[in-house]
Design a protein around this ligand. Structure first.
Ligand code: CMP
Length: 136
């Protein structure tokens, strides 16, 4: 039975700054994802704080929000069978040092903060995160 899902992906400032967006988008399409929507934007810190609200009690929250609002990002809606899980597998572990070979974060990530991509962690959060960036 088909289980097509959508998930939100963000190409973070470290990757946009290094002009890795085409290579990362290629990794998604080569792995069977359709890029349904995408836009390059720069967000304010306040928006980053809303987006990452789930992490507000974490010690890294402030740096994380500073970082996501520090430069242009690319937000995308990706579609595929079991897209949420498939995207998390393709991204690899949060810390690039722990990420498996062939994953985006292993290939391009610099550190746990500058880990090149974000992806929704559940179907429920994917809906919330897609609505956050694509209201129309
Ligand atoms: P992301 O998938 O965008 O979700 C939250 C981000 O917080 C995560 O990627 C990391 O870039 C960042 N982060 C910084 N420190 C930590 C940490 N100790 N644990 C988890 N995420 C962290």
């Amino acid at each position: 039975m088909s289980n097509t899902e959508q998930t939100l992906s963000i190409i973070k400032p470290d990757a946009v700054e290094r002009n890795l967006d085409s290579e990362i988008k290629n990794m998604f399409t080569l792995n069977g994802f359709k890029i349904i929507r995408d836009k390059k934007i720069k967000i304010e810190k306040l928006e980053a704080e809303k987006f990452y609200k789930v992490h507000e009690t974490k010690p890294f929250y402030n740096d994380l929000c500073e970082y996501l609002s520090s430069g242009p990002i690319i937000v995308m809606v990706l579609e595929k069978e079991n897209a949420v899980l498939a995207n998390r597998e393709l991204m690899g572990a949060t810390n690039p040092n722990d990420a498996a070979e062939g994953t985006i974060r292993k290939k391009y990530g610099i550190s746990i903060d500058k880990n090149s991509v974000h992806g929704s962690d559940s179907i429920e959060n994917a809906k919330i995160e897609i609505d956050f960036f694509f209201q129309d």
